[in-house]
Design a protein around this ligand. Structure first.
Ligand SMILES: C[S@@+](CC[C@H](N)C(=O)[O-])C[C@H]1O[C@@H](n2cnc3c(N)ncnc32)[C@H](O)[C@@H]1O
Length: 311
């Protein structure tokens, strides 16, 4: 995949939107549903590429329809058309991801978690030794890795994901941002070869009834992938290397199972842990689901894992 060409129509679409001064902040699915339900048809670029509303031919300049068609991302929706892609702004960049609703098994994720993840990365990076290589595991649209690479000029960037559709959009997002990226399809760090001195990740962390790859975090109340990726990174990091982990944790009876498991396991891998809650209460609507019957809240957390430097 490393030599997959950047899809030209997608890069051209981002460039056209940038030239229009397009900006859109992606909200939670619950908020999106409420806001988008206010009207049936899109009339502006933000309606089409932000709110994912169907639109009539002629509602937006033909250039965008042609570019979507060339990218294979335009679909008929009754008498109307619909973009299969959304475009969101974050820290001055524009990023392609899947249109709402993201019900497909290979939907490409981007949401408020992406913003919190990027904020964590940009807040932590200045305090760490400059990495030679950044590996974004479960990169999705690539936003986290791309923004991190822009903040650390000179670092090589690897974007890895199990979802091929995600890597396709990540390639376009990286090309548009002017960032060179190696694209790797595989699970966790398994398919990433070579030395690694900075791993970053925003893994799936929910208990998803539909087991969608961008949402389902596995057992441990959804924390399994977060723990597995953190321990795999801890084992793999070069001496003096780091992992920056953003994730969500289901808190039961005041207990954070991910934090306890990291504190138990990291010392034997030669790693220290800094861990903090970023937001005490996210995705509150999930608590209505049966899987969350014992969960009192979902907290967004940020962790920095530091591998001991060589003596
Ligand atoms: C919550 S999304 C985060 C995407 C992106 N990092 C962001 O912050 O917007 C989690 C991502 O992990 C990917 N993923 C899920 N299971 C994976 C696995 N076993 N190995 C690699 N990536 C995986 C999904 O395809 C998805 O892109």
């Amino acid at each position: 995949l490393s030599d997959a060409p950047a899809p030209d129509a997608l890069v051209a679409l981002l460039a056209a939107l940038r030239a229009e001064g397009y900006a859109f902040t992606t909200v939670t699915p619950a908020t999106h549903e409420r806001v988008a339900a206010r009207r049936a048809e899109g009339r502006t670029l933000r309606d089409v590429f932000g709110w994912s509303l169907p639109f009539a031919e002629g509602a937006i300049p033909q250039l965008y329809v042609d570019l979507l068609r060339a990218a294979g991302a335009l679909r008929r929706c009754g008498a109307l058309l619909k973009s299969e892609l959304r475009v969101s702004s974050l820290h001055g960049g524009l990023f392609l991801h899947s249109a709402f609703p993201t019900t497909g098994p290979d939907a490409v994720f981007f949401g408020p978690d992406t913003s919190r993840y990027a904020d964590l990365l940009l807040g932590e990076l200045p305090g760490l030794p400059p990495p030679r290589r950044i590996v974004d595991v479960g990169a999705g649209s690539g936003a986290g890795g791309i923004l991190a690479a822009k903040a650390v000029p000179g670092a090589a960037l690897t974007l890895c994901d199990i979802n091929r559709a995600a890597l396709h959009l990540a390639a376009a997002n990286a090309a548009f941002a002017g960032v060179e990226a190696e694209l790797v399809q595989g699970s966790g760090l398994d398919a990433v070869s070579g030395a690694v001195d900075l791993v970053i990740a925003n893994p799936p962390f929910l208990m998803d009834a539909d087991k969608r790859a961008y949402r389902d975090g596995g057992d441990m109340l959804g924390a399994r992938l977060s723990l597995d990726w953190a321990l795999a990174a801890a084992a793999r990091l070069e001496p003096g290397g780091h992992m920056i982990l953003y994730t969500g944790v289901a808190i039961c009876d005041g207990q954070d199972g991910l934090r306890a498991a990291l504190e138990r396991n990291l010392p034997r891998l030669g790693c220290a842990l800094r861990y903090r809650e970023i937001d005490p209460d996210i995705f509150g609507e999930e608590l209505d689901r049966p899987a969350y019957a014992e969960v009192e809240r979902i907290a967004a957390i940020g962790a920095v894992i530091a591998k001991a430097a060589r003596a």
